[in-house]
Design a binder for this molecule. Structure first.
Ligand SMILES: [Zn+2]
Length: 75
């Protein structure tokens, strides 16, 4: 049994700690960013979600917007 698996599929908010290194996707725009474990999620540099000036007003600071990419092993 490994409890960490249950934490990996929910979206994360700006300011949350990165639980596991990997590629995360900005839900509003699809931008991908590679985060390392122990870093903090930030605003999206593509659509600026996570900031008051973002293009997606529903995704301001505190909203969950980063989701772990779960790609099948390929290539
Ligand atoms: Zn974005």
């Amino acid at each position: 049994m490994d409890d960490t698996n249950t934490l990996m599929d929910k979206p994360f908010s700006k300011g949350d700690s990165v639980p596991k290194e990997g590629d995360y996707v900005c839900l509003p725009c699809g931008y991908q960013h590679h985060y390392k474990a122990g870093e903090q999620f930030g605003e999206c540099v593509s659509c600026m979600s996570g900031t008051p000036g973002g293009q997606h007003e529903e995704f301001v600071e505190g909203e969950e917007m980063w989701e772990k990419m779960t790609l099948p092993k390929a290539e």
